[in-house]
Design a protein around this ligand. Sequence first.
Ligand SMILES: C[S@@+](CC[C@H](N)C(=O)[O-])C[C@H]1O[C@@H](n2cnc3c(N)ncnc32)[C@H](O)[C@@H]1O
Length: 270
Amino acid sequence: MADSSPAGRPRFKVDADVPHSARVWNYWLGGKDNYPVDRAAGDDWVALNPGIVTMAQQSRQFLIRVVRFLAAEAGVRQFLDIGTGLPTMQNTHEVAQAVAPDARVVYVDNDPLVLAHARALLVNTTPEGVTTYLDADLHDPESIIDGARNVLNFTKPIAVMFMGVLGHVAEFGELRSIVDRLTAAVPSGSYLALWDDTDAGEAKRRASESYAETGAVAYHLRTPEDLERIFDGWELVEPGLVPVTRWRPNLAEVGTVQEIDAHGGVARKP
Ligand SMILES: C[S@@+](CC[C@H](N)C(=O)[O-])C[C@H]1O[C@@H](n2cnc3c(N)ncnc32)[C@H](O)[C@@H]1O
């Protein structure tokens, strides 16, 4: 499957025989950038855990509220969005630059289809801002930091975002190490924002196991307590780590949105 990038680094072509998280996610969000194998894996998950579709939609709303908060209230102008996904409605740079046209956004993903779409779509940006894309694996935080330095100033606050991606790291210790190494590179006043799906019983566990059996990169469900530990040493912004629908919801939506198991939060580096 591998070919070579101009730099001679091995690259992988789009694989339409095995489900990919970005494409399954796109399917659940109602997008068209997915293959039969992704739709089949997505349908299997839904059969065991129907709430996943609402989760995909509501986690995107969480991302939008978080980025708006970071740009408008916290004054952040630099964003490092790791595990970007395929472009959808209201991507990070669009939300940030609507508030602060000079916002600089670096997207990171390791999926070749995301890369292909990102080149075409995500580079549209405000004249004052910058939006760019890094083809990198979150298991290699140092190469992410090196690549992001071309666009982001690591002496000024940066929002480091892991939106629905940390479940792809198998070991919790490794996950902590990845987050710690990435956030050690950003200064005081920076922010860490994340959400992740959480272990909420047998049906969800079976859905996740059956997804892994397709040959896709597994998604490991964690407890809210585990996710909260990732913020150790950080100042959690109100209301803390909560189901994503409860994180600073739009007032018009309170009581109208089905609560979901995914948890998310935002914290400031002291
Ligand atoms: C569930 S989607 C979430 C997309 C988006 N962040 C959102 O919240 O809508 C997970 C994304 O993480 C990416 N991803 C998975 N493993 C990765 C890795 N090792 N390094 C970088 N990105 C990864 C996938 O390609 C996919 O785009």
